[in-house]
Design a protein around this ligand. Structure first.
Ligand SMILES: [Zn+2]
Length: 81
């Protein structure tokens, strides 16, 4: 299951309706509490619309935690099918 590709395949901008996007997985160094708990990196998926530039952020661990069929349903909800 490739979450990035699934997002690209299903993407529809909530603002302008464009269906092209860039997906980047970004790792952020932990600060504060996450350092205490020895969590070095938090990963996020930054999805940006190539038309209007709006950026949405997803937690890839949550998306990957779903079965493939369920992930499709989530994409339907996120992007309106
Ligand atoms: Zn857009």
């Amino acid at each position: 299951m490739n979450v990035e590709q699934t997002i690209i395949d299903n993407y529809r901008c909530s603002k302008c309706g464009n269906t092209d996007c860039h997906v980047r997985e970004v790792a952020m160094s932990g600060t504060g509490l996450s350092k205490i708990f020895d969590i070095e990196h938090n990963h996020f998926l930054f999805v940006s619309c190539t038309h209007c530039g709006i950026v949405e952020v997803y937690d890839p661990d949550v998306l990957r935690g779903h079965k493939s069929g369920t992930l499709g349903t989530i994409m339907d909800i996120l992007f309106g099918g």
